[in-house]
Design a binder for this molecule. Structure first.
Ligand SMILES: O=C(O)CC1=CCC(=O)O1
Length: 420
């Protein structure tokens, strides 16, 4: 067997170390080695940089994150600073943005303790001041009083009445929003039904979610309401928030409000996603809405809750996701009964079919293959009536398709929004 004079592990380790920490730092460290430290440098290059960092099982970015968290937890500030700098300046695939670094530090505050995170923030801020110009980042003054959870957004209420509770997520990329998107929930739900989609869209859009009157934390005035009232509510909120034309994404009742908003306030609607919704019910179904109102009035929302869950989610979903169903059921039965009844009247009375031709906004109509509340035929009527509408049917979805099939729903919405 021939003897290979090269120590491949050492050379591989050096390559990896250069890739993670930068060539200049590694050359300096090699040049500074001496009779006392050279063995140790050789050892860590092979064992840390080759044996561990060269393992393909985790992406380099994940390994960077692990090192940051551990050095914070151990208070190894020299090593931490080295890796913060390297993480911010690293290659495009493995570098951390300042916002991602912030998230690592926030999480470390919980797992390693606030004093450790305090020091970690101070060191990282000093490094950001230094490398900011290289990575296009400027530390600006900002008040902790203005800080909001980025996964929830800034909550607010309209000054005008009935007061509507809403949340606004700013685009996470810090740039001008690509669009302002409004998420409008179904009957008996609230704005939290949109959390997943809202956070996805907030990558580059301003995202507003709100509670309809009679729902969530919005006011519940005495009913009955008409769909025009709910659309005028939305218009009022959008004017308060100075949105200009929005991409309206509404599911079921939220889609009905979207239609009426586009008809009554066309300048506020740039595009529409009408999901699991209808432009009108046949007479028999209108009677069913009147029966539902009577039942809730006499016996409360609890009396209809199981039937509603049966329409919102199909059997297999209910069996596989009992906690999700329980959460939506709890939301439904804790909805203000007067507000719920008021909205049932608006939903039962929806009647836009004859006016759909006036909807000018580009529209995506989404239907659930298994939806019994608003069957696919109702979606076909919408798509046929709205001049620039396209129809997409989500296979295997029932009424709350956005909850049953969040990925398919999000894919359809993001593809549509991406084309606007
Ligand atoms: O409550 C239902 O059964 C279905 C429904 C109609 C309007 C809405 O938002 O959900």
């Amino acid at each position: 067997m021939s003897f290979d004079p090269l120590n491949h592990d050492l050379l591989r380790g050096l390559d990896q170390r250069r890739a993670v920490l930068g060539g200049a730092w590694v050359e300096r460290s090699l040049a500074n080695a001496n009779t006392f430290t050279a063995d140790f440098q050789n050892f860590i290059t092979r064992y840390a940089w080759h044996d561990i960092w060269d393992r393909p099982g985790l992406p380099r970015k994940t390994r960077r994150t692990i090192v940051l968290a551990i050095t914070i937890a151990l208070g190894r500030w020299e090593e931490y600073e080295l890796h913060v700098r390297a993480a911010l300046l690293g290659d495009a695939d493995s570098r951390l943005t300042p916002d991602e670094l912030k998230e690592v530090l926030m999480q470390s505050a919980i797992y390693a303790g606030v004093p450790a995170a305090n020091t970690a923030f101070a060191h990282a801020a000093a490094i950001l001041r230094e490398v900011g110009p290289q990575i296009g980042y400027t530390l600006e003054p900002a008040s902790p009083l203005d800080a909001v959870h980025p996964g929830v957004g800034r909550a607010g209420r309209t000054d005008s009445l009935p007061a509507l509770h809403y949340s606004v997520r700013a685009p996470r990329n810090g740039k001008r929003p690509r669009h302002t998107v409004v998420l409008s929930h179904a009957l008996g739900c609230d704005l939290t039904m949109w959390d997943g989609l809202a956070n996805l869209l907030a990558a580059d859009c301003r995202v507003i979610a709100y509670d309809h009157r009679g729902h969530g934390s919005s006011d519940a005035p005495a009913g009955p309401y008409a769909m025009a009232d709910l659309a005028d509510d939305a218009a009022r909120m959008l004017r308060d928030l100075d949105t200009g034309p929005v991409v309206w994404i509404g599911l079921s009742m939220g889609g009905m409000v979207g239609q009426e908003l586009a008809l009554r306030h066309p300048s506020l609607v740039g595009a529409l996603v009408l999901a699991h919704t209808t432009s009108g019910y046949p007479d028999a179904a209108r009677d069913v809405w009147q029966q539902r109102i009577a039942t809730v009035r006499e016996r409360g929302i609890e009396a209809i809750a199981d039937a509603v869950m049966g329409r919102y989610f199909h059997d297999a979903f209910r069996a596989a996701h009992p906690a999700t169903v329980a959460r939506f059921r709890q939301r439904l039965v804790t909805t203000d009964a007067q507000g719920y009844i008021g909205c049932c009247a608006a939903v039962g009375g929806i009647d836009t079919t004859a006016r759909l031709g006036q909807v000018a906004a580009p529209t995506l109509v989404l239907a659930g293959e298994l939806d019994q509340g608003t069957p696919v035929d109702m979606a076909r009527t919408l798509a046929a009536g709205i001049p620039s509408a396209q129809l997409q049917v989500l296979a295997g979805a029932s009424h709350l398709g956005a909850v049953e099939q969040p990925d398919a729903f999000a894919a359809a919405v993001t593809a549509f929004v991406g084309m606007l």
